[in-house]
Design a protein around this ligand. Structure first.
Ligand code: F6R
Length: 366
């Protein structure tokens, strides 16, 4: 059932090229220059007339929502707010019938997310779901939606659900960008063809597994870790930290790299591993100076860099390369090494990777 892998989590990490492909296949028609998604096509005026999009989710799905915020605002120029479902539902939020709410949930059963949907519907918002489990409560409760075609996710730590959520949300953003006319046909086409290269590029990142295992061995006894990223890769830093916490029980924090000097920099000493996403596009030079600040305080730097990188590679203690892609698609690649790293550290520490203590796959109580 684990298909030759020691754990479901590792199997699911390796399934990502396929899961991403399955998620865009049939929807993305690069040759025709269009994206077909019934849940959007049939209700396109709701999206076109929306004042803003509110995204609600929990945990890893909330991180996918944060990536989507960057994508929607950057590509489609639609204002987005991302909320923890548990906060949103209880804070008397301002919602109108001009809002579109997108709920993201792997299981489709998360109690807080479901409650947030019901509240938004009562106030007249249009609700769109991004779920993995077909026929789940959230899939049934939403007005329309798009499934992630990740296949069953058994490991409690979410991996392929995250990358397929980002894939679906990228398709939605591209579709709306085109519809709104903020995207030329050629830019749209560039995105579609680049998206089609992602499964092979994820495959390439997975080839770094042995290197990542070596890095994991160096840092497996750490008691604290910091994860830094900027722009599109800030949510990836949050997700990297969550993955490490939940399966290895090492305390980890994710931060926007520039925010480090407002507090967390005080934590840095020679015992502190700092995982930095430092890919070429997206504030590269600024991340380089953040890395220099960490170095001068003797922090250990493990960087995710673009293939062929030299500047960060010279500064860092370890680097893992990912292929080059469009900035907005980098999270689909930079997430992978961080998943593998958490996996190997947890295994080395003797943790129950697929069923970490105190956690449940689907959180049906608030
Ligand atoms: C993290 C994790 C949780 C879930 C969260 C939301 O690896 O598994 O943080 O992401 O409980 O679950 P769904 O997406 O099912 O609503």
């Amino acid at each position: 059932e684990k298909g030759g892998y020691d754990h479901f989590m590792l199997k699911e990490i390796y399934e990502q090229p396929r899961a991403i492909l399955d998620t865009y296949r049939g929807r993305l028609r690069a040759a025709q220059g269009l994206i077909k998604m019934a849940g959007i096509d049939e209700n396109i005026e709701k999206f076109m007339n929306a004042n803003r999009i509110i995204i609600v989710a929990c945990g890893t799905s909330w991180h996918a929502g944060l990536v989507a915020e960057y994508i929607f605002e950057d590509l489609a120029r639609i204002p987005v707010e991302v909320e923890y479902a548990s906060e949103f539902r209880y804070r008397n939020p301002v919602i109108t019938d001009k809002d579109v709410l997108i709920a993201i949930s792997q299981s489709g059963e998360t109690a807080d997310t479901l409650a947030a949907i019901k509240l938004a519907k009562e106030k007249g918002a249009y609700v769109f779901g991004v779920c993995n489990v077909v026929g789940s409560s959230i899939a049934r409760e939403t007005d329309s939606g798009a499934y992630t075609h990740a296949g069953p996710e058994i490991g409690v730590a979410s991996t392929k659900a995250f990358t397929t959520q980002i894939t679906v949300l990228t398709l939605v953003a591209l579709k709306l960008a085109k519809e709104k006319g903020v995207f030329s046909q050629s830019r749209f086409h560039e995105f579609l063809t680049e998206l089609e290269t992602i499964p092979a590029k994820v495959e390439k990142v997975l080839e770094s597994n042995a290197l990542i295992e070596i890095i994991a061995d160096v840092y497996k006894d750490s008691t604290n870790c910091l994860y830094l990223g900027r722009g599109y890769n800030f949510p990836v830093a949050l997700e990297g930290a969550l993955k490490l916490k939940e399966i290895s029980y090492i305390h980890a924090e994710g931060y926007p790299a520039a925010e480090m000097k407002h507090g967390p920099i005080a934590l840095i000493d020679d015992q502190m591993p700092v995982f930095v996403i430092a890919t070429k596009k997206g504030h590269y030079e600024k991340v380089v100076s953040n890395i220099q600040e960490i170095k001068s305080r003797k922090g250990k730097i493990i960087a995710i860099v673009t293939e062929g990188d030299t500047q960060v590679t010279e500064l860092a203690d370890h680097v893992v390369e990912v292929p080059e892609t469009l900035e907005s698609l980098t999270p689909l690649l930079t997430t992978i090494p961080l998943q593998l790293l958490s996996y190997h550290i947890a295994v080395m520490r003797g943790c129950n990777v697929d069923q970490p203590r105190n956690l449940a796959k689907s959180v049906t109580v608030e």
